[in-house]
Design a protein around this ligand. Structure first.
Ligand SMILES: NC(=O)c1ccc[n+]([C@@H]2O[C@H](COP(=O)([O-])OP(=O)(O)OC[C@H]3O[C@@H](n4cnc5c(N)ncnc54)[C@H](O)[C@@H]3O)[C@@H](O)[C@H]2O)c1
Length: 314
């Protein structure tokens, strides 16, 4: 895919534009708001400068900006595009309207992606004749810095569209993760939501101050999670890996699941076996010791860097 169109030049549209332009692609950007159009290139250039370590060559930012064209009409922006990324407001009616317009304006084989945070394409594009080419491509904020990207096909999305989208995301340096069932709010925001709901509850019940709760992540889990997912993380916290860990501490999560009204026990022997098999297929038990050493070195380096950086934290 060579020509990309981005519809909506706000926080996320501008950031996706950086992802595509710095990967060497031509990007046509349309926004219906004049101020958004007029400010887009300055915002993009400034963000590229701040993230220049992720680009190669001294003139990389200048070259990338030169590949971006801002449009005041939708049709000329999308007409030649191989991949259109809709980044307008999180409003189903607006998205539906934009997708109807894209159906007419974009080439029939162009992929029509939405960066929607919560609405699957089933909820606003199901009636389109070309619905098989519609798919959610949802990032963490901002995508030009955080590579993980949720790919959420609807039941009617063509498998080829999903496959091409995943390949495309890899090609532009993102890290795609597939949401296998089109559930509202997908997975990324659900995980963040679960943590935030527990944080809000803890504050409201007077158990801990907001500042101290933030430290649990910024001075605790966050340091580990910069390198390891939560499952990989607990895999290192008992000598026999994740199965051993859940054998020792699984009861805490069963209690929590019951408290939340979820089916409990949630840490059943069958589930532990399934998780263990999956994790052992990528990291052998005999490699855990080396992985622990790697984790320790990585966190040590991150903490040393963090100490320097935090001097300037506003
Ligand atoms: N901000 C986040 O943290 C975040 C993270 C992931 C995904 N998203 C999703 O990205 C999308 C955009 O969010 P944002 O934070 O960039 O919002 P934003 O308000 O910064 O930008 C939206 C832009 O879309 C433009 N717009 C609105 N309707 C339009 C239309 N019909 N045609 C063309 N342009 C139109 C607006 O003028 C604005 O510039 C939403 O779907 C949101 O859920 C946001």
């Amino acid at each position: 895919m060579k020509r990309i169109a981005v519809v909506g030049a706000g926080i996320i549209g501008a950031s996706w534009t950086i992802v595509y332009a710095r990967a060497g692609l031509d990007v046509a950007v349309y926004d219906r708001n004049e101020h958004a159009r007029n400010s887009a290139l300055d915002r993009i250039e400034a963000a590229m400068r701040r993230s220049s370590k992720l680009m190669s060559g001294d003139s990389a930012a200048k070259d990338a900006v030169a590949r971006i064209q801002i449009h005041s009409e939708l049709e000329p922006a999308v007409t030649d595009a191989d991949f259109v990324h809709e980044c307008v407001a999180e409003n189903r009616e607006i998205k539906s309207e934009v997708f109807r317009a894209l159906e007419g304006a974009a080439r029939s084989n162009a992929i029509l992606a939405t960066t929607s945070s919560s609405f699957g394409v089933s909820t606003f594009a199901a009636d389109l004749p070309g619905r098989a080419r519609c798919i959610v491509v949802h990032p963490a904020t901002p995508p030009h810095l955080l590579p993980v990207t949720e790919i959420v096909p609807a039941p009617f999305t063509a498998q080829d569209v999903t496959d091409r989208t995943i390949r495309f995301m890899n090609a532009v340096g993102q890290v795609p993760v597939l949401v296998r069932k089109e559930v509202p709010s997908f997975v990324l925001n659900k995980l963040q939501g679960a943590l935030l709901v527990e944080i809000f509850r803890t504050i409201r019940e007077g158990i801990m101050s907001p500042g101290d709760i933030d430290k649990i992540i910024s001075q605790g889990f966050g340091l580990r999670w910069a390198f390891l997912g939560p499952l990989e993380g607990i895999d290192l916290n008992a000598p026999g890996g994740i199965a051993d860990y859940l054998g020792r501490y699984g009861f805490m999560f069963d209690q929590l699941a019951a408290e939340y009204g979820l089916p409990s026990p949630i840490v059943t022997p069958e589930f532990v076996q399934e998780l263990n098999e999956d994790i052992r297929s990528s990291t052998a038990l005999s490699d855990l010791e080396r992985k622990i050493e790697w984790r320790d070195e990585a966190i040590t380096e991150l903490r040393a860097l963090k100490q320097i950086k935090e001097v300037n934290k506003p």
